[in-house]
Ligand binder design. Structure first.
Ligand code: FES
Ligand code: FE2
Length: 348
């Protein structure tokens, strides 16, 4: 048996050292390299064609050349200098240390003072590249060779088939960047259960019907459905869809390991959880709007308030995890299926 028992009624939660120990932190980050990662939006490359991103703790660059997108290592193949720490618009990438130059797809183009060096340049001098896929304007990258994108996104594609992605427009006003003094796992644990809504989110609780809150598990993702109270803004779900007739105010999707796609009748709010250190996490928020008349109302209304309430919880749990008197807990079989699934995926 692994760290987490497959039967939720017997299982104990993830031990506290997963949240506090540097070695565990680094080994969990390796999981990012074996799956797809959300790395940005198409629209981020409208002004600049070189944007620094991360896959786990691996520094990468998202680039655009013509109509092609690339995700390449941000570490110079000479002596390991970081190539770029800010957005840039340029036709090539030049290392600030000794001037090695690369194309936007990562091929080495030029290196000063290297005449006479044997077997140079070789493919090892190019920047390693990840695969990139553009899904409705959201860009995903994978460093793994045997990772199927269809399999990764299927559950969402199928369930959200009624949602009109073509209408989505990025609204920079909805962008947020939060720095948290907490381990990244705590942010995701908290996201994966609606158990805390009546205790922590009083305003949100008055909009959704807690008695109908539902969690569904998929291979690499978890869906939580918030049904609206009578008269709240809800999705217009077509006849024939499995959710037809339900008053759904929000579809909260989490995809392993660090992406949240929150679908509301006004559009999508994207949260990306970016681990910075064992006790430091960045949360990046992006908003894509399909119906501007509905922004700010319903379950997807007071997002800043909800975020603030969640951050207080997550940072407080981070302090709790360091207590010598806390080791691990148990799961609620009705409300914490998503957290249990996440912990199993992490430790399998
Ligand atoms: S480290 Fe980049 S050119 Fe030397
Ligand atoms: Fe919350």
């Amino acid at each position: 048996m692994g760290v987490i028992h497959p039967d939720i009624t017997k299982a104990e939660t993830l031990p506290s050292e997963f949240y506090t120990n540097e070695g565990n932190y680094l080994s969990l980050l390796q999981k990012f390299s074996s799956t797809w990662n959300f790395i940005g939006l198409e629209s981020m490359l409208d002004q600049n064609n070189i944007v620094p991103v991360e896959i786990g703790n691996i520094p990468m660059l998202l680039t655009k050349s013509g109509t092609e997108y690339y995700c390449i290592s941000n570490v110079c193949t000479h002596r390991g200098m970081l190539l770029c720490d800010d957005n840039k618009d340029s036709s090539s990438i030049r290392c600030p240390y000794h001037g090695r130059t690369f194309s936007l797809s990562g091929k080495i183009k030029h290196m000063p003072e290297f005449k006479g060096v044997e077997n140079f340049p070789s493919p090892d001098d190019d920047l390693p590249a990840a695969k990139v896929i553009n899904w409705h304007g959201l860009l995903f990258a994978s460093l793994s060779t045997d990772d199927d994108f269809e399999q990764y996104i299927d559950a969402i594609d199928e369930r959200m088939s009624f949602f009109d992605f073509s209408k989505l427009v990025r609204d920079n006003q909805l962008d947020r960047l939060h720095n948290l003094s907490a381990n990244w796992l705590l942010y995701i644990d908290n996201y994966l259960e609606g158990f805390h809504i009546p205790y922590v989110h009083k305003a949100l609780n008055s909009v959704i019907d807690y008695s109908k809150y539902q969690t569904e598990l998929f291979d690499k993702s978890v869906l939580q459905i918030g049904e609206g109270q009578e008269g709240e803004v809800c999705f217009d779900i077509p006849l024939g869809h499995q959710d037809y007739g339900r008053n759904i105010a929000a579809y909260y999707w989490w995809i392993f390991p660090n992406l949240m796609l929150n679908f509301y009748p006004w559009g999508i709010s994207i949260n990306v959880v970016l681990p910075q250190d064992v006790g430091k996490t960045k949360i990046a928020y992006f908003g894509l709007v399909s119906d501007p008349s509905k922004v700010g109302i319903g379950a997807g209304g007071e997002l800043d308030t909800v975020e603030h309430e969640d951050q207080w919880i997550v940072e407080s749990c981070n302090r709790g995890m360091k207590s010598r008197l806390y080791k691990r807990g148990r799961y609620s079989p009705t409300m914490e299926k998503g957290v249990h699934h996440f912990h199993r995926l992490l430790t399998e």
